[in-house]
Design a protein around this ligand. Structure first.
Ligand code: PLP
Length: 433
């Protein structure tokens, strides 16, 4: 469910007309719904009924300061993957004490920053990393709280670039190895064992792989609790969202109309499947979803530059490009594309929706059926709240896009469109030229 709807044929985010946002701040612009994020977070928090749940929002999905402040206000901790992310949480007055620090290549400086700011735990991916954490904690004269990331070797049945819990990828330690690692860790002076972690991949469409992974982990987690007194089990993130039917899936009716067997994963189905497996552990459960919390809470608004007809095809050239939203180029991902002004009297148009960048992969959709739209009209790429702006670049010397947050009938620019001066601010032409 989300808060993007047509009212009087005009697409709204909550009570704000998206065209009004575009008029004020130009395009391309990301627009986020604060209420949708809040609803998603709330549903996740309540998914594992009766369990002690801590949601650590995986902020790499969308790390805008305003988004962090909003989710932090609602009680979220954060799943952090770099020193920059730690600083962002601090800058947004977020809670580092209920946040975790993950990633396969943490530097000494990043480890120090996390420890000095009272991180809840570091999620460790290898033995050399443990030695490094032990060393840094030693120099600070403290014990570093850690959990080991286990790779449960299950197939998340998602895109190869976003699967992480299968043997042969770079993440975690295998279950077979894990026992020895925990034994070794327990002997390190400056390490305090707090928990165990897993994360099997992203954009999971159903509960099957989550269930399989948790089932594989449970006997080991029980052992860890008994032998080392661990207090939590982080089951990672990865819950998928609806991309192809994005607009319609904003309503309860859409969900109700789906036969149970075809319903996509939701916090409720996830909770129903996992609570019986997790409850007997009697541990705190950490959830680290990113995409689920923000994905359907954002759209990318873009303007049509031209409708070009060539080689028997139509190309809708828009002012957003792969630098603004790289998911289609990177993962062949699908984003639903809808007009800001819906006019059912217009003809249909089948077109490739492309950006202006000099790469064939700068294509948001191929042979997509759309309502006919012309130069200057506005369209929205749905479900662009996760891995959208956070993966944006300046390729082709295009400025980073603007971001706007909507809450009810209020909206505000939360990140101004980058200027040319900002883009080149750190560059210098050496004197020898
Ligand atoms: C990326 C990541 C997540 C979040 O993934 P989503 O698919 O956005 O939910 C959670 N945990 C870890 C360790 C990650 O790397």
């Amino acid at each position: 469910m989300h808060h993007f709807r047509y009212t009087d044929q005009n697409l709204h985010c909550e009570s704000v007309e998206l065209a009004a946002v575009a008029r004020l701040y130009g395009t391309p612009t990301y627009v986020y719904s604060a209420t949708t994020m809040a609803d998603n977070l709330h549903r996740l928090k309540n998914s594992l009924i009766g369990l002690d749940v801590q949601v650590c929002y995986a902020m790499k999905a969308n790390s805008s300061l305003a988004v962090l402040r909003h989710l932090g206000n609602l009680g979220a901790g954060f799943d952090l993957v770099s020193g920059g992310e730690i600083r962002r949480v601090i800058a947004a007055s977020g809670d580092v004490h209920s946040s975790v620090f993950a990633g396969v290549g943490k530097t000494e400086d990043e480890i120090r920053l996390a420890l000095e700011n009272g991180i809840f735990a570091l999620h460790v991916e290898s033995e050399p990393e443990l030695a490094r954490i032990n060393h840094v904690a030693g120099t600070l004269g403290i014990q570093a709280p850690v959990a080991i990331r286990i790779n449960p070797d299950v197939d998340a049945q998602t895109h190869a670039k976003i699967t992480t819990g299968k043997q042969g990828n770079k993440f975690g330690i295998s279950l077979a190895q894990a026992k020895l690692v925990y034994e070794a860790v327990a002997k390190l002076k400056h390490i305090s064992l707090k928990g165990v972690q897993m994360h099997i991949g992203s954009q999971l469409a159903d509960t099957g792989p989550f269930v399989e992974a948790v089932k594989k982990m449970v006997p080991f987690v029980e052992e860890l609790k008994r032998d080392y007194g661990i207090t939590y089990f982080s089951i990672g993130g990865g819950m998928g969202i609806i991309y192809p039917d994005a607009l319609a899936s904003g309503t309860q009716e859409w969900w109700d109309a789906k036969p149970a067997a075809q319903r996509p994963v939701s916090p409720e189905s996830y909770g129903e499947a996992l609570t019986p497996l997790l409850a007997p552990l009697d541990l705190k459960i950490l959830l680290e979803h990113g995409r689920y919390i923000v994905g359907n809470a954002g759209v990318l608004v873009t303007r049509v530059e031209h409708l070009k007809r060539a080689g028997g095809k139509n190309f809708l050239v828009v002012d957003a490009a792969m630098n603004d939203l790289i998911r289609p180029a990177m993962y062949d991902s699908y984003h639903e594309i809808v007009p800001l002004h819906r006019d059912t009297s217009r003809r249909a148009l089948v077109a490739d929706v492309v950006g202006p960048i000099c790469e064939s992969s700068d294509c948001f959709a191929k042979d997509r059926q759309l309502q006919e739209v012309g130069e200057g009209e506005l369209i929205a790429l749905m479900s662009a709240g996760a891995y959208g702006f956070s993966m944006a670049s300046r390729y082709n010397s295009r400025s980073l896009p603007a971001e706007v947050l909507v809450k009810g009938s209020s909206f505000e620019l939360i990140n101004a469109r980058e200027t040319f001066e900002q883009m080149v601010a750190n560059e210098k032409i050496p004197a020898f030229l």
